[in-house]
Design a protein around this ligand. Structure first.
Ligand code: UDP
Length: 688
């Protein structure tokens, strides 16, 4: 009760037991000698608030109070490194990094293979995750001129990165995480696809998620069952700098007009360009050049290659896909170059050396109740977004960067990623089942509202503190112009239905936004951050906040959670609340549910509850995809999501999910079929 316990902040009572376990294990500061804790959860939030307010010139104390308020009430929680490292000797506050890998042992720019290995170690040591595109490395068996030797290929170098990740273990606080990308035209692509599945599942590259970078030309070739060339990046002059790659791709495969006109003009002004600039060559001409250079190693059937990817994903969850064209088409600062890779979980497609810091809104806490009826508190949400964006923007300045290249690239664009968690619980509180058209409608409009408010907050900041250095009001691309309509998303997915009047009433505030205002505003006042939103997995911070993770459905109503510090059995408290309402919280009912993790068709439980509490594996795959698509439309970076599949789902389902994701304009996709790996973080139910 209030004031009862001297020295204990009431807000500490918001922290659940599991949250406390997580905080205690890794977040709360200890005295290094005595190993005694020197802070409580509230003191941690205070440390973070005070450190991040420290970069303000004016009203520092007032802003610190706002930062403290939004965190301590768990309405906004920043990503793990910011919680762990703020105000301590370790200076990285960001979770996401992308590092370049050039086809050389070391280079002057510090982006050769072993330079990058070192950079990765520095980032991991402090709790950041790293992504890499390995496509510039020459394929296995290719020549190494300086030693007259034979190259061992990208996958063998990835193994070194993997071992280093194991060794560093991220400063003992956080396990290393990597994203390894290879683009689909690379001659070693089949080795790459196989590198984590079949016999190598649970064995190789365990600190990597892997994704194949695919292009529209490839997806179209899959549908038409056409042949595509596999290329060695070393031999062809269609290689080398990013610019060269991009121009070739632009000229040949990405046929959209804006690529032709804008990118070509921009990039040709900047870098060394190999191909004749006076004309745009055709696919056939480009291929003829590559062929004459001996760069085309062989031709493969695109459908066949796609099937290998799908088989791997079905078998082990890897590889996922990154849709490189979509990523670049919707990159607001496209004029800075081509994005080749993302961070480990895919929510941040970044240019080489860029980093991004994240933080998430706890959606559950914005669903309130008046006269027994749930509603969304838009005003509160708007206010929290405003300070959350300010907080994340301050992280860019408060960060102590491990390398000058990272600092430089990050400060050029000042990308931040405001995301969400607790969607599933917010929907339950609204009485809307996750796998319904209404839920997709809520996701779509929430995403739109949050993006709009975050952009407004960033424009306000620009007014006060200036735009990000690379901001070009004319070339900056407004991603909302290419957002698909809600109806189109449904149509593409072939899910039928319309939002109910109830859902429309709940979302009325968001639906009336005039998004085009953003353009006038940013033209007038500037923009502080090249990107403002991002949907992260919120693996740990959702435990700290005591809510469901990210935009995922509930995993299970009762389950065992395996975390670094041990095993926990959990029963979802919201579910328990509902059972109580119906006086069903009896040991028999709960025990039965805990055995499987699901209510399924448990006859004790009323239909409404069963419908509302469907868990990740009960939700049809297409509804998973639809939520991801809804959030991606209003997202200037990426949307991390795992399409959780039942163990008995087929390869055909995986193929359909991957193809539909591409059509829906999703930037990257990953599936995970239950029990397809020996180790998984969460086990469902008690018996399984
Ligand atoms: N990440 C990492 N190691 C981990 C978990 C996460 O490096 O063990 C990085 C990775 O880049 C990931 C990002 O942190 O994409 C965000 O993950 P999440 O939202 O789960 O992090 P949280 O802030 O909840 O710890």
């Amino acid at each position: 009760g209030k004031g009862k316990w001297k020295g204990i902040d009431d807000k500490d009572l918001l922290i659940s037991y599991n949250a406390l376990k997580v905080l205690e294990a890794r977040y709360l500061l200890k005295n290094p000698e005595t190993l005694r804790y020197v802070e409580t959860p509230q003191m941690m939030f205070r440390r973070v608030a005070s450190y991040l307010a420290g970069v303000e010139r004016e009203k520092r104390k007032e802003i610190e109070e706002k930062f403290y308020d939004i965190m301590s009430t768990l309405r906004f929680v920043p990503n793990t490194p910011a919680l762990m490292n703020s105000g301590t000797r370790l200076g990285i506050l960001s979770a996401c990094f992308v590092l370049p890998v050039k086809d050389s042992m070391t280079t002057q720019n510090g982006d050769g293979i072993y330079d990058t290995l070192r950079a990765m170690a520095l980032v991991h040591q402090q709790g950041g995750g790293t992504g890499f595109d390995f496509s510039e490395l020459r394929p296995k068996g290719d020549v190494v001129a300086s030693t007259a030797g034979v190259a061992s290929g990208p996958v063998s170098f990835m193994k070194i990165f993997d071992v280093s990740t194991d060794v560093v273990k991220q400063g003992g606080k956080r396990r290393g995480a990597n994203m390894g990308v290879m683009h689909v035209w690379h001659a070693d692509i089949e080795d790459f696809i196989r590198s984590k599945t079949g016999d190598l599942k649970d064995v190789q590259l365990q600190n990597f998620n892997i994704s194949v970078g695919v292009y529209d030309y490839f997806m179209e070739a899959v549908m038409k069952e056409e042949q595509v060339p596999l290329i060695t990046p070393r031999k062809t002059k269609i290689k080398g700098t990013d610019h060269e790659y991009y121009i070739v791709k632009a000229r040949n495969y990405m046929r959209e007009d804006w690529v032709q006109e804008e990118i070509l003009r921009e990039l040709e002004e900047r870098g060394p360009v190999y191909l004749d600039e006076s004309k745009i060559i055709t696919v056939d001409e480009a291929l003829a050049i590559a062929e004459s250079e001996g760069a085309i190693i062989r031709w493969v059937n695109a459908r066949n290659l796609f099937q290998q990817i799908v088989k791997g994903a079905w078998d082990s969850g890897d590889p996922g896909l990154l849709f490189i064209d979509e990523i670049n088409r919707r990159h607001p600062v496209w004029y800075l170059g081509k994005i080749q890779a993302t961070n480990p979980c895919g929510e941040e497609p970044l240019l080489s050396w860029e980093s991004c810091n994240l933080g998430s809104l706890n959606l559950e806490l914005f669903v309130k109740e008046k006269n027994g009826k749930p509603y969304i508190d838009w005003e509160d949400l708007t206010n929290v977004i405003k300070y959350a964006v300010r907080f994340l923007d301050n992280v860019v300045d408060a960060n102590r960067y491990p390398l000058p290249q990272i600092e430089q690239a990050t400060k050029m664009t000042r990308k931040v990623g405001l995301g969400v968690m607790g969607l599933a619980r917010a929907l339950i509180k609204l009485g809307i089942p996750y796998d319904s058209v209404d839920a997709i409608y809520v996701s779509y409009n929430l995403a739109k509202f949050i993006y709009y408010q975050a952009m407004k907050a960033s424009i306000e900041l620009a007014k006060e503190k200036g735009s990000f250095p690379a901001y070009d009001p004319v070339r900056y691309k407004d991603i909302w112009e290419s957002a698909k309509e809600f109806e189109d998303i449904l149509a593409i997915s072939e899910v039928k239905g319309e939002p109910s009047d109830y859902a429309k009433a709940i979302m009325a505030e968001a639906a009336k936004i005039d998004i085009s205002e953003l353009k006038d505003l940013r033209m007038r006042y500037g923009l502080r951050n090249a990107t403002v939103v991002s949907v992260a997995p919120t693996g740990t911070i959702s435990i700290i906040a005591g809510t469901s993770s990210s935009i995922e459905p509930l995993f299970a109503l009762a389950f065992i959670r395996n975390v670094a510090v041990g095993k926990f059995m959990e029963i979802d408290p919201l579910f328990l609340e509902y059972l109580r309402k119906y006086e069903l919280d009896t040991p028999e009912v709960i025990k039965k549910i805990a055995e499987s993790g699901e209510v399924g068709d448990n006859p004790f439980v009323p239909k409404t509850i069963r419908r509302l509490f469907r868990t990740a594996h009960e939700v049809e795959p297409m509804y998973h995809v639809l939520h991801q698509a809804a959030w991606q439309q209003w997202n200037d970076s990426g949307t991390s999501k795992t399409i959780n599949l039942r163990s008995e789902e087929t390869e055909e389902t995986v193929g359909k999910v991957y193809l539909t994701a591409w059509r829906l304009g999703i930037k990257g996709i990953t599936v995970y079929r239950d029990k397809s790996k020996s180790q998984q973080v969460i086990y469902f139910g008690l018996k399984k």
